[in-house]
Design a protein around this ligand. Structure first.
Ligand code: ATP
Ligand code: MN
Length: 463
């Protein structure tokens, strides 16, 4: 007797095989003819396995009341060809054991549809729903595809620190890390002496592993990070989390066009892999969540991305004849509404914007000769807007020092970063891709809070 997961049974289980299965009850339906039909799901795939329980099964009279939605059980039986639609095989049950009951009066996930807002409040149970089970599997396949993409190209996976004493983005959106007793400090009202703190100086959770990745890129060569990132931005949007996962490749000897080529083939490759490996889940998203998602993804895998300087994008937006909520003007950052207009309406496909004004970009981006722009690039995709932010890095010592000062930062604090420009400096580039924005793109889910198992946002860090 084998115990297999339902995904395998549905794929290659043969009629006549005896089979043990374990999982959680989705529904039970009793027929007039005395049979009971139990939909059993074990999370291995979207589909459930149909268990057919004969009314005269040993002990069924007592058992039946305990086989309710949410209960866990083990069943043994023989696979049969299924006369029903949508499944190849079903299990004719010969014995059944309820492992854990789920009180039908209290189980929050009864069969009816629930709003995503409600499901966020029961994040401990929502992965048992079709939608959140599918998202968990998509995240898994995407993660593996991302590692495969880089590993196949010889990139080294580097683990950059989570606790840091430098602010990469210079945006001041960092969570402080401290062991000081804030309660006591508040009572005695003294100046804070960070010398007494764990690291002897202020420390924070990282907003990006880029600066450390640059160290490894200029020693082991092409490399990437894939880890958690934290930003205390107080923006309650459908695209921002306080804790998210970021993929950050960093490549020596890459200039901006090489960086764009890599970003484009990266997105197309991982999207292609999900379409291939997760067809059942992807059909579900297209049917239940967003009926344009498969077309959007096909458009991404089949077409080259548009490449356009920021300055030309601003001209397009100014000439669009639209009322924007946020004004468009050269020198201002683009907002989600502008990004989405460009990629969804104007071009109808992904767009890479480059050469942004230096005043709106961080210190480490390479300055162009025009004195006004830097070699930045953002990749914009339909429905999500910015999915990647990247740049060619400033590799000239004097220019970098000037920029650090211009951005109001202290070059001393970044001595090790500056050192890389002193010893064997090379042109190099990299980018950051927000993993949950990729999940948003792939699944068609409208809120990023539903694209990570346990979202952290302002005033919310339950579970
Ligand atoms: P945005 O303008 O959308 O806030 P950003 O310019 O701050 O993004 P970068 O600093 O370039 O973003 O970070 C690289 C990538 O990380 C972004 O392209 C995006 O995919 C992702 N990202 C940034 N901030 C968040 C966040 N708060 N939650 C989820 N993903 C994020
Ligand atoms: Mn941001």
């Amino acid at each position: 007797m084998t115990t297999r997961r339902i995904v395998q049974i549905l794929a290659d289980g043969q009629p006549g095989e005896s089979q043990e299965v374990r999982g959680w009850v989705r529904t039970r339906r009793d027929s007039k003819a005395g049979l009971s039909f139990v939909e059993l799901n074990d999370g291995s795939c979207l589909s459930s396995l149909q268990l057919v329980v004969p009314g005269d099964l040993d002990g069924w009279d007592e058992l039946v009341a305990r086989v309710t939605t949410g209960a866990s059980l083990k069943a043994v039986g023989t696979l049969k060809e299924s006369p029903g639609q949508g499944q190849r095989v079903e299990l004719g049950v010969e014995s059944l054991e309820v492992i854990g009951e789920a009180d039908a009066d209290n189980y929050p996930l009864q069969k009816k549809r629930h709003s995503f807002e409600f499901l966020r409040e029961i994040a401990h149970l929502r992965p048992r729903t079709n939608t959140f089970g599918a998202i968990a599997r998509i995240r898994n396949v995407l993660s593996a595809a991302i590692h495969r993409f880089f590993q196949d190209r010889g990139f080294v996976y580097v683990h950059t620190p989570i606790i840091t004493t430098s602010d990469c983005e210079g945006a001041g959106e960092m969570f402080q890390v401290t062991t000081l007793n804030l309660q006591r400090l508040a009572q005695v009202q003294t100046e804070i002496d960070y010398g007494q703190d764990f690291f002897g100086r202020p420390a924070s959770l990282t907003v990006s592993g880029q600066l450390e990745a640059e160290i490894y890129a200029t020693s082991v060569g092409d490399c990437y990070t894939f880890g958690p990132t934290f930003r205390a931005e107080n923006s309650n949007t459908s695209r921002h989390l306080a804790e998210f996962w970021m993929i950050e490749p960093e490549m020596p000897f890459y200039e901006l066009p090489d960086n764009m080529d890599l970003a484009e083939s990266f997105i197309r490759s991982v999207v292609g892999e999900v379409l291939e490996r997760c067809s059942e889940d992807m059909e579900f998203f297209n049917k239940r969540i967003d009926d344009t998602v498969l077309a959007t993804l096909a458009n991404i895998t089949d077409n080259e991305f548009i490449r356009l300087p920021y300055t030309e994008a601003v001209e397009i937006l100014e000439g669009a004849g639209r009322e924007w909520e946020y004004p468009v003007e050269w020198g201002r950052d683009l907002q989600s509404e502008h990004e989405r207009f460009l990629t969804e309406e104007h071009f109808g496909q992904p767009v890479i914007l480059f050469d942004y004004p230096r005043t709106i970009k961080p210190f480490y981006m390479r300055c162009n000769d025009d004195g006004k722009t830097v070699r930045a690039m953002d990749v914009l995709v339909p429905r999500v807007g910015e999915i990647i932010g990247g740049s060619q890095r400033e590799d000239r010592l004097d220019v970098l020092l000037e920029r650090i000062t211009e951005c109001g930062m202290d070059p001393e604090e970044y001595w090790w970063y500056v050192d890389l420009r002193r010893y064997g400096s090379v042109p190099h580039s990299g980018f950051g891709l927000g993993f949950e924005r990729l999940v948003q793109l792939v699944t068609g889910m409208s809120n990023i809070r539903d694209c990570i198992p346990f979202p952290r946002t302002p005033k919310s860090a339950d579970f």
